[in-house]
Write a protein that binds this ligand. Structure first.
Ligand code: G16
Length: 543
């Protein structure tokens, strides 16, 4: 083999966002673009010669090509072994599982998560460290710094590896093991949940529907739900992964998972519905004519954690991202365990989990997970729900009503304005910041502003500080509105408005969130002058 050293020039836009570098496929297809970023990762992590790397992606368009490039670059950069998912596919939680199980030095995950795929869609790449979690900001910042001064990268001139065949191959002196990660992942799930109880539930008239959205979880869901738990074959839909997700938008929410939503809100609806996203780390939970917000889902899992064998000893603590509702905080208080509030981004949970401070983590963006891996985990959340339902034998709606009767309800919704001109979106944020001094004490209908700030976080483990993580307008009754710019979009800016009101009155718990939050939605628009500043009069997506 020959190691080639290729001269290159920096690209200026390789700054990782909330979760790695996400761009249009066409951007990644530019000569040297992917290679520059991969070399910047390798230069940053400084792996010892002969180290092992995990590698895989969500199977979207350009995944296979990128895998072959990265393999050749890994060989040229001195890695001794790379574990690749069969077909080049690894769900994000399965990649985390593989990194931890086989104690690799780290892993590269190719995914743009829930963003659409295909030649005109998005692609993405991120680096995960030895704990299995997304690299913390100090590493992603260093990767970005390297990408701005890169002048060459290394690659071998070897031939492509057959990615569909399980086995070990040699690539220019480096071993490439094509592995069946589905089995590893299914084993981990079986060690956490009461599969016998779930099997009984699924064979006693209880009907479920899981929508893999033509994304990565299809084979994992088939192995777990059909082969191991005995669910009928029609419990799965869209379970064949496609490079363009069947032209769909693999984001499990009420807007994009509408096919599943129509089934769960239709005649003769199943008892339980769930969906996962492009790379398998997100989840949406539905009951018969009932939607569970991700914030409530975290709270319900925390309150019932002991029903699952893997958590029977109790949980050490909970962490949630700042814009996630405080529903989990109420559970933590009752359990007498800590609840941490972090910035948006799963990478902020890693230190807390490694230090044993938290067991469960969750985000309003349809992410829930635990310390079994260091990524959020869609199928894990679905299995956790099934485990609880198998023991409690209640409907999803009844479970939530009882939960709210006990803890009160944090009525919650998120309104997204996607594809805004960046200047207009920044203008809204600047306008809000400019009013920080005058807002406290201001009255809007029945709400009075208590405080407002731009959220900043000091990591309790390593002391690192992250600033400007979202604007919080907090009201005297505990309700709040949060404004934040997304860090995962690839076109223009996405402004997210998170709305939350605490409702202790059980007679109002059945209300639709949009109805219950109607006044607060108007206040958010008034406070931000959003309509005038962006020209938009309604959100793109409501969850
Ligand atoms: C990523 C991150 C999550 C984050 C979400 C939304 O999820 O891993 O931690 O909550 O993006 O981020 P933003 O609000 O900045 O768009 P995923 O599923 O896209 O990897």
């Amino acid at each position: 083999m020959t190691i080639q050293t290729i001269s290159t020039q920096p690209f200026t836009d390789q700054k990782p966002g909330t979760s790695g570098l996400r761009k249009r496929v066409t951007v990644f297809q530019q000569p040297h673009y992917l290679e520059n970023f991969v070399q910047s990762i390798f230069d940053t992590i400084d792996a010892p010669p002969g180290a092992t790397l995990a590698l895989g992606g969500d199977g979207r368009y350009y995944n296979r090509k990128a895998i072959q490039i990265i393999l050749k670059m890994a060989a040229a950069n001195g890695f001794g072994r790379v574990l690749v998912g069969q077909g080049g596919i690894l769900s994000t939680p399965a990649a985390s599982c593989v990194i931890r199980k086989y104690r690799t030095f780290g892993g590269i995950i190719l995914s743009a998560s829930h963003n659409p795929g295909g030649p005109d869609g998005d692609f993405g790449i991120k680096y995960n460290t030895a704990n299995g979690g997304p690299a913390p900001e100090k590493i992603t910042d260093a990767i970005f710094a390297n990408s701005k001064k890169i002048s060459e990268y290394k690659i071998t001139d070897s031939i492509d590896i057959p990615l569909d065949i399980l086995g070990t191959f040699e690539l220019s002196g480096m071993q490439v093991e094509v592995i069946d990660a589905v089995g590893d992942y299914a084993e981990l799930m079986a060690s956490l949940f009461d599969f016998a109880a779930i099997r009984l539930l699924l064979n006693s008239g209880f009907r479920m529907k899981f929508d893999a959205m033509h994304a990565v979880t299809g084979p994992y869901a088939r192995e777990i739900f059909i082969n191991r738990l005995g669910a009928p074959a029609d419990s799965l839909m869209n379970a064949v992964p496609l490079e363009d997700f069947g032209r769909g938008h693999p984001d499990p929410n009420l807007t994009y998972a509408h096919e599943l939503v129509e089934i769960l809100y239709g005649d003769n609806a199943p008892d339980f519905g769930a969906a996962s996203d492009g790379d398998g780390d997100r989840n949406m939970i539905l009951g018969d004519h009932f939607f569970v917000t991700p914030s409530d889902s975290l709270a319900v899992l925390a309150a019932n954690a002991r029903l699952a064998p893997g958590y029977a000893q109790g949980i050490a603590g909970i962490a949630r991202s700042m814009p996630t509702s405080a529903a989990a905080d109420r559970v933590a208080e009752e359990l007498g365990i800590p609840c941490f509030e972090t910035p948006t981004g799963w990478k902020f949970f890693g230190n807390l989990m490694d230090a044993g401070k938290v067991t469960l983590c969750g985000e309003e963006s349809f992410g829930t997970g635990s310390d079994h891996v260091r990524e959020k985990d869609g199928l894990w959340a679905v299995l956790f729900w099934l485990n609880i339902l198998a023991i409690k034998r209640q409907s999803v709606e009844a479970l939530l009503m009882r939960h709210w009767a006990r803890f009160g309800r944090n009525v919650y919704s998120r309104h997204d304005y996607e594809g805004l001109p960046t200047e207009a979106a920044n203008g809204v944020m600047q306008y809000l910041r400019a009013n920080f001094n005058t807002l406290p004490g201001a009255r809007f209908g029945r709400y009075t502003v208590d405080t407002c700030d731009d959220f900043s976080y000091t990591d309790p483990v390593d002391g690192s500080v992250s600033t400007a993580q979202g604007i919080r307008i907090m009201f005297k009754d505990g309700s709040r509105i949060v404004f934040r710019l997304s860090g995962t979009g690839t076109e223009g800016a996405t402004l997210r408005i998170y709305l939350e009101a605490y409702e202790p009155d059980t007679s109002r718990h059945h209300l639709d969130a949009q109805v219950a939050l109607a006044e607060m939605i108007e206040i958010a628009l008034e406070l931000s002058e959003l309509k005038i500043r962006t020209g938009r009069d309604k959100p793109t997506v409501i969850t």
